[in-house]
Design a protein around this ligand. Structure first.
Ligand SMILES: Nc1ncnc2c1ncn2[C@@H]1O[C@H](COP(=O)(O)OP(=O)(O)OP(=O)(O)O)[C@@H](O)[C@H]1O
Ligand SMILES: [Mg+2]
Length: 383
């Protein structure tokens, strides 16, 4: 494996050299920048795998460096560690909010804390995303297309088809998640509370034992944000290691991103084993979906990795499967009929559709689609 590059941004040369030496002893390549401006330039030019910043104000404050890097799609998910002599809790909070994954204070055990943080954060790499559980990301071009209900119903069918596997559903729809109300989860844990915990706490055991197992649904849920106010407090820098923690703990991780295609969610799509794209049958949604498909292709997503689900929930007057395929330029993998009020009824009782209406054709479609998606995801992973 090529040596990992770590950039140290610190205006204090002695401290920078000391950290660089320690990192070299750990077999990392250490790059150095003596100011915030250099730090930003070197990050974008030299593509380090991780950046350590002393956030003490030199020319640019550490928080500002972090938010600049987070707001640039090239570095939106780059692991960032603050290494600071400032113990002030308010400062630590600001740094987390600005996008630092970790904040380490320069104290007696700083080097060992730093080396733990570095190896943990660097574990979350492209190679790591190819290991662990298979990840299926659910998205749609428009809200209300049925993404969350279908994500939950596919998840329960994956678990039913293979009782020996562990399935997790992660709701990463912002500003408000919608899986919890569908499955009836009212507990306190959600993406915001979990992202707030120390990364040392959210290890594999945490994900396996502390994520609520949802009755009737046979999956564990990482609930979304319960309200927009909390969403604003989300430490987005943690999403990447939370998702990889889920992958290390479950056989299948289904992620609902709804219509929130953003710099935070795009990398998840790019690293997904399969992308489930929900489409409804009206012309405007199909046209918007075409834009999304073309965009994803331009971002390196292989069209064969996209599993399209035509959900006829708008009614019978919409486009046919063939017409949708012609407009989209890709095959539609499955079509779920309009289920009248039955789907809403199952959702409102917090039950899987297949459990409530086992003899409905749609239950067979959910069962078969879950199996096909799993087969396809396995096939793509093994390529
Ligand atoms: N095939 C269908 N037949 C009938 N109703 C459906 C169908 N698919 C979805 N619905 C209904 O549409 C509504 C929206 O579904 P859901 O919340 O899953 O969509 P969503 O795309 O996740 O929406 P949001 O953008 O709000 O997150 C729900 O009331 C659901 O019961
Ligand atoms: Mg939803």
């Amino acid at each position: 494996m090529p040596q990992k590059k770590i950039l140290i941004v610190d205006s204090d040369a002695a401290s920078r050299n000391f950290i660089a030496r320690k990192l070299q002893e750990l077999d990392y390549e250490a790059l150095q920048a003596g100011s915030g401006k250099e730090g930003l330039i070197f990050t974008w030019r030299d593509h380090p795998d991780l950046v350590i910043v002393d956030p003490a104000p030199s020319d640019i404050k550490g928080e500002e460096i972090a938010s600049k890097l987070r707001n640039d799609p090239r570095t939106a998910l780059l692991p960032l560690v603050a290494l600071s002599s400032d113990h002030n809790p308010a400062r630590i909070k600001f740094c987390h909010e600005a996008g630092f994954n970790d904040y380490i204070t320069k104290s007696g055990n700083a080097v060992s804390m730093l080396s733990d943080a570095v190896s943990r954060l660097l574990g979350v790499t492209q190679e790591a995303m190819k290991q662990g559980g298979l990840m299926i990301v659910f998205l749609s071009a428009k809200g209300g297309t049925g993404t969350s209900s279908i994500c939950a119903n596919i998840a329960v069918n994956i678990a039913k088809n293979q009782p020996e596997v562990r399935v997790a559903v992660a709701d990463l729809v912002f500003p408000v998640g919608s899986i919890a109300p569908i499955v009836g989860y009212q507990g306190k844990e959600n993406i915001v509370t979990i992202a707030d915990r120390s990364p040392l706490e959210t290890d594999t055991e945490f994900f396996q034992t502390k994520l609520p197992q949802i009755e009737y649904w046979n999956f564990n849920l990482l609930a979304g944000s319960p309200d927009p106010e909390l969403s604003n407090l989300l430490n987005v820098g943690r999403i990447w290691d939370i998702v990889s923690g889920l992958k290390a703990s479950y056989d299948y991780v289904l992620v609902d991103i709804g219509r929130s295609l953003s710099k935070i969610t795009l990398p998840l799509i790019q690293h997904a084993d399969l992308v489930a794209l929900l489409i409804s049958t009206d012309v405007s949604t199909v046209s918007l979906t075409k834009i999304i498909v073309d965009y994803l292709k331009a971002k390196g997503v292989n069209p064969d990795q996209i599993y399209t689900i035509l959900n006829r929930h708008a009614g019978l007057e919409g486009l046919s499967k063939r017409e949708a395929e012609t407009m989209l330029g890709i095959e539609v993998n499955t079509a779920i009929p309009y289920l009248g009020t039955n789907f809403g009824f199952a959702n409102s009782q917090h039950r899987p559709f297949t459990l409530k209406f086992p003899n409905d054709t749609a239950s067979i479609i959910f069962h078969d689609s879950a199996r096909d998606m799993v087969d396809l995801a396995h096939k793509i992973r093994s390529q």
